[in-house]
Structures are given as C-alpha cells and as structure tokens.
Design a protein. Structure first.
Length: 203
C-alpha cells in the first residue's frame, strides 16, 4: 500500500483552506440529520464537537441552550465561529486546540457530535480518536456521528480518507455499545449512499 499523502495534522493547511474558501465539506447550514436528532432533547446537554469548522452545528445547538464546546485547531475556523456567535447573540465554548490534547474535559461531556472530523484525520489516528472520545464522555455518554465517505477507496489520499464501516464499527465496539447504524433520508444530496448515521453509548 502506498503511503497516504496527508496534510491533515498541520493547522496551517486548514487555515489556508478556510482563507481560500476551499471547504467543500461545509454545507453552509446546520446538518439536517443532527437538527432532527436533537429535537428529542429538552434539557441542557454538554456537547463537544471536534473539528467544528465554521460551526453551523455548534451555533445551532448553542441557540437551543445547550452547553457547546466547539473544538478546532484552525484559528481561522474558531475566529469565524466567534464572529457568528456575536452576530447571533449566543455563547459557546471556543477551543482552539488539538482534539487529542484535550484533558480538562475528560468525563464531563454528555454528547460528542462527529461529522467530517473522523474522515479528516489520518487513519492511523482513528483508534486514538475513539479512545479519546470515550475518555471525554461521561458514563453512558452518547457518541452521535455521521461517518463518511464509506464508498471511497481506503488507500486513496485525503482528507477525506475513506471509512471501512465494518472495521470502524468493530473498533468502536471496544468502547461503545452501538444503538443505531443506518443510512438516513436526511442525508444531503451529494452524500446520499456515501454516509451512515451512527448512535453509540459509552460502555
């Protein structure tokens, strides 16, 4: 297998993408699947979003009175969320930090919201990501995810890097009970049949 071409661990790479507006993964609105999912929650939750990007989901959930931690190591991304939060008159916790270096939130998070971060990190860090997400969650905390691209050849360069769904779920099952895993009618058109919604609970 050829070595993967990878810039994903360099914050400057992501800052440059945001500066040039080369952010094809960004849909410009809160994710429809997540909007629908969070209708069931009436009480405030501590929600952490790794790789929060421009923060559409983070800002939406903050407006719904959840305590949101938006994490991204791109200063450009965090600056954008800060500006939008002021415009929308909402507040959230902005963390410009490497997700893997988060320590002060261990055991304090009710829900981790995953979309486009798992596929953006180098695949050799995915086990570490799963472990770290489990550490951050409270007992019985939820991992709410859209995993993609499930149809991309795994040894193709990224990001995004391909996701082998069977192998990925097996890795998660060491730390989580899988409650739901299915394709959603609310997937945006370009990602239909190339992503799955997964709901898991920390063991």
């Amino acid at each position: 297998m050829k070595p993967l071409k990878d810039n994903s661990e360099n914050p400057d790479y992501w800052n440059d993408r945001y500066s040039k507006n080369e952010i094809g993964w960004d849909i410009g609105t809160p994710t429809p699947i997540f909007v629908n999912f969070f209708k069931k929650f009436k009480s405030q939750k501590n929600i952490l979003i790794p790789g929060a990007g421009k923060g559409h989901d983070a800002l939406f959930l903050s407006k719904k009175n959840h305590n949101v931690f938006a994490v991204d190591f791109s200063m450009k991304a965090i600056s954008h969320i800060k500006k939008k939060s002021l415009e929308l008159n909402t507040s959230l916790n902005l963390i410009c930090e490497d997700f893997f270096k988060l320590n002060n939130l261990n055991g304090k998070i009710d829900i981790i919201l995953e979309y486009t971060f798992f596929c953006a990190i180098n695949p050799n860090k995915r086990i570490k990501y799963i472990q770290k997400s489990s550490e951050l969650l409270k007992t019985d905390g939820l991992f709410v995810a859209i995993l993609l691209p499930i149809n991309k050849i795994l040894n193709d360069d990224g990001p995004p890097f391909g996701v082998n769904l069977t192998r990925t779920l097996r890795d998660f099952e060491k730390y989580y009970d899988i409650i739901e895993c299915e394709k959603s009618d609310l997937s945006i058109k370009p990602r239909v049949d190339n992503e799955v919604f997964v709901l898991m609970r920390k063991k």
